[in-house]
Ligand binder design. Structure first.
Ligand code: ZN
Length: 183
Protein backbone atom coordinates (compact mmCIF):
# COMPACT_ATOMS: atom_id res chain seq x y z
CA UNK A 1 0.00 0.00 0.00
CA UNK A 2 1.11 3.52 -0.79
CA UNK A 3 -0.23 6.75 -2.30
CA UNK A 4 -0.65 5.03 -5.68
CA UNK A 5 -2.14 1.84 -4.26
CA UNK A 6 -5.02 2.19 -1.81
CA UNK A 7 -6.33 -0.69 0.21
CA UNK A 8 -9.16 -2.69 -1.38
CA UNK A 9 -11.90 -2.47 -0.46
CA UNK A 10 -11.39 1.05 0.85
CA UNK A 11 -13.16 0.20 4.10
CA UNK A 12 -11.19 -3.05 4.58
CA UNK A 13 -11.11 -4.23 8.16
CA UNK A 14 -8.53 -6.88 9.20
CA UNK A 15 -9.00 -9.56 11.83
CA UNK A 16 -7.22 -8.18 14.86
CA UNK A 17 -5.71 -9.28 18.14
CA UNK A 18 -4.74 -7.06 21.05
CA UNK A 19 -1.08 -6.42 21.90
CA UNK A 20 -0.39 -4.25 24.95
CA UNK A 21 -3.79 -2.63 24.63
CA UNK A 22 -3.65 -1.97 20.87
CA UNK A 23 -5.35 -3.77 17.99
CA UNK A 24 -3.04 -5.29 15.35
CA UNK A 25 -3.67 -7.78 12.54
CA UNK A 26 -3.58 -11.33 13.88
CA UNK A 27 -0.54 -12.20 11.71
CA UNK A 28 1.52 -9.43 13.32
CA UNK A 29 0.42 -9.92 16.94
CA UNK A 30 2.84 -12.67 17.92
CA UNK A 31 5.86 -11.13 16.17
CA UNK A 32 5.13 -7.69 17.67
CA UNK A 33 4.81 -9.18 21.14
CA UNK A 34 8.15 -10.96 20.71
CA UNK A 35 9.81 -7.78 19.41
CA UNK A 36 8.60 -5.71 22.37
CA UNK A 37 9.55 -8.43 24.87
CA UNK A 38 13.00 -8.81 23.31
CA UNK A 39 13.59 -5.06 23.43
CA UNK A 40 12.52 -5.00 27.08
CA UNK A 41 15.08 -7.72 27.85
CA UNK A 42 17.76 -5.53 26.23
CA UNK A 43 16.71 -2.60 28.40
CA UNK A 44 15.01 -0.80 25.49
CA UNK A 45 11.52 -0.04 26.69
CA UNK A 46 9.12 0.71 23.86
CA UNK A 47 5.42 1.31 23.82
CA UNK A 48 2.88 1.38 21.04
CA UNK A 49 1.76 4.84 19.98
CA UNK A 50 -0.61 3.69 17.23
CA UNK A 51 -1.50 0.41 15.56
CA UNK A 52 -4.65 -0.56 13.62
CA UNK A 53 -6.62 2.48 12.50
CA UNK A 54 -9.98 2.14 10.74
CA UNK A 55 -10.99 4.00 7.59
CA UNK A 56 -13.30 6.23 9.61
CA UNK A 57 -10.62 7.06 12.15
CA UNK A 58 -8.06 7.93 9.45
CA UNK A 59 -10.66 10.08 7.70
CA UNK A 60 -11.01 12.14 10.88
CA UNK A 61 -7.25 12.45 11.45
CA UNK A 62 -6.47 13.44 7.87
CA UNK A 63 -9.33 15.89 7.36
CA UNK A 64 -8.39 17.73 10.57
CA UNK A 65 -4.79 18.02 9.32
CA UNK A 66 -5.88 19.25 5.89
CA UNK A 67 -8.02 21.94 7.46
CA UNK A 68 -5.17 23.16 9.69
CA UNK A 69 -2.01 22.80 7.58
CA UNK A 70 -3.32 22.33 4.02
CA UNK A 71 -3.56 19.41 1.61
CA UNK A 72 0.05 19.04 0.44
CA UNK A 73 1.63 19.33 3.89
CA UNK A 74 -0.98 17.00 5.35
CA UNK A 75 -0.33 14.47 2.57
CA UNK A 76 3.41 14.48 3.36
CA UNK A 77 2.92 13.44 6.98
CA UNK A 78 -0.39 11.59 7.03
CA UNK A 79 -2.12 9.16 4.74
CA UNK A 80 -5.53 9.81 3.25
CA UNK A 81 -8.23 7.39 4.44
CA UNK A 82 -7.94 4.12 2.54
CA UNK A 83 -4.22 4.74 1.93
CA UNK A 84 -2.80 4.24 5.43
CA UNK A 85 -0.82 1.12 6.20
CA UNK A 86 -2.34 1.34 9.66
CA UNK A 87 -5.65 0.23 8.15
CA UNK A 88 -4.09 -3.15 7.29
CA UNK A 89 -3.34 -3.76 10.97
CA UNK A 90 0.22 -4.65 9.88
CA UNK A 91 1.77 -1.25 10.72
CA UNK A 92 2.67 0.03 14.14
CA UNK A 93 4.16 3.26 15.49
CA UNK A 94 6.51 2.72 18.43
CA UNK A 95 7.99 5.20 20.87
CA UNK A 96 10.22 5.01 23.92
CA UNK A 97 8.26 4.59 27.15
CA UNK A 98 10.00 7.73 28.48
CA UNK A 99 8.73 9.72 25.48
CA UNK A 100 12.16 10.68 24.11
CA UNK A 101 11.78 11.85 20.48
CA UNK A 102 8.28 10.39 20.32
CA UNK A 103 7.02 10.51 16.71
CA UNK A 104 9.94 12.79 15.84
CA UNK A 105 12.71 12.10 13.28
CA UNK A 106 15.25 12.33 16.15
CA UNK A 107 13.87 8.96 17.30
CA UNK A 108 16.24 7.34 14.78
CA UNK A 109 19.24 8.40 16.86
CA UNK A 110 17.91 7.20 20.23
CA UNK A 111 18.90 3.82 21.71
CA UNK A 112 15.37 2.62 20.91
CA UNK A 113 15.62 3.78 17.31
CA UNK A 114 19.02 2.15 16.89
CA UNK A 115 17.75 -1.08 18.46
CA UNK A 116 14.87 -1.24 15.96
CA UNK A 117 17.25 -0.47 13.11
CA UNK A 118 19.41 -3.43 14.13
CA UNK A 119 16.81 -6.00 15.18
CA UNK A 120 13.29 -5.28 13.93
CA UNK A 121 13.88 -7.36 10.79
CA UNK A 122 14.45 -10.46 12.92
CA UNK A 123 10.80 -10.23 13.94
CA UNK A 124 9.61 -9.54 10.41
CA UNK A 125 9.27 -5.75 10.61
CA UNK A 126 10.73 -3.12 8.29
CA UNK A 127 11.12 0.62 8.68
CA UNK A 128 8.78 1.71 5.92
CA UNK A 129 9.55 5.43 5.48
CA UNK A 130 13.22 6.41 5.53
CA UNK A 131 15.22 9.45 4.54
CA UNK A 132 16.64 7.48 1.62
CA UNK A 133 13.31 6.29 0.22
CA UNK A 134 11.13 9.36 0.72
CA UNK A 135 11.10 10.11 -3.01
CA UNK A 136 9.78 6.60 -3.57
CA UNK A 137 7.20 6.43 -0.79
CA UNK A 138 6.14 10.08 -0.85
CA UNK A 139 6.34 10.31 2.94
CA UNK A 140 8.69 12.17 5.24
CA UNK A 141 11.01 9.85 7.23
CA UNK A 142 9.18 8.05 10.03
CA UNK A 143 11.73 5.90 11.88
CA UNK A 144 8.99 4.94 14.36
CA UNK A 145 6.65 3.43 11.73
CA UNK A 146 7.21 -0.29 11.29
CA UNK A 147 5.42 -2.53 8.82
CA UNK A 148 5.13 -6.28 9.35
CA UNK A 149 6.19 -8.19 6.22
CA UNK A 150 7.23 -11.50 7.90
CA UNK A 151 10.80 -12.61 8.53
CA UNK A 152 11.58 -14.02 5.07
CA UNK A 153 10.91 -10.73 3.27
CA UNK A 154 12.41 -8.56 6.00
CA UNK A 155 15.62 -10.63 5.77
CA UNK A 156 15.62 -10.49 1.97
CA UNK A 157 15.27 -6.70 1.97
CA UNK A 158 18.11 -6.41 4.46
CA UNK A 159 20.45 -8.84 2.70
CA UNK A 160 19.88 -7.23 -0.70
CA UNK A 161 19.99 -3.70 0.67
CA UNK A 162 16.63 -2.92 -0.92
CA UNK A 163 15.42 0.41 0.45
CA UNK A 164 11.67 0.11 0.00
CA UNK A 165 8.84 -2.31 -0.67
CA UNK A 166 8.16 -0.36 -3.87
CA UNK A 167 11.68 -1.09 -5.14
CA UNK A 168 11.43 -4.76 -4.17
CA UNK A 169 8.08 -5.35 -5.88
CA UNK A 170 8.73 -2.94 -8.74
CA UNK A 171 5.62 -0.87 -8.13
CA UNK A 172 5.11 2.88 -8.26
CA UNK A 173 4.81 5.01 -5.17
CA UNK A 174 5.24 8.70 -4.47
CA UNK A 175 2.53 11.29 -4.77
CA UNK A 176 -1.21 10.80 -5.01
CA UNK A 177 -2.39 10.79 -8.65
CA UNK A 178 -4.00 14.20 -8.20
CA UNK A 179 -0.98 15.82 -6.49
CA UNK A 180 1.60 17.95 -8.26
CA UNK A 181 4.59 17.00 -6.11
CA UNK A 182 5.74 14.17 -3.90
CA UNK A 183 5.70 16.13 -0.64
ZN1 ZN B 1 2.59 4.93 11.39
Amino acid sequence: MNKKHPITPLDFQPRVAVVRGYQVATAAAGPLTRLLDSADRDGVHLKIASAFRSYAYQEGVHSRLVSTIGQSTADAISARPGYSEHQTGLAVDLQPVDGTCALDPCFAGTPAGRWLDAYAWRFGFVERYTRANRHVTGYSPEPWHLRYVAVALARELRVTGTGSLEAFFGVAGGAYPDAGNAG
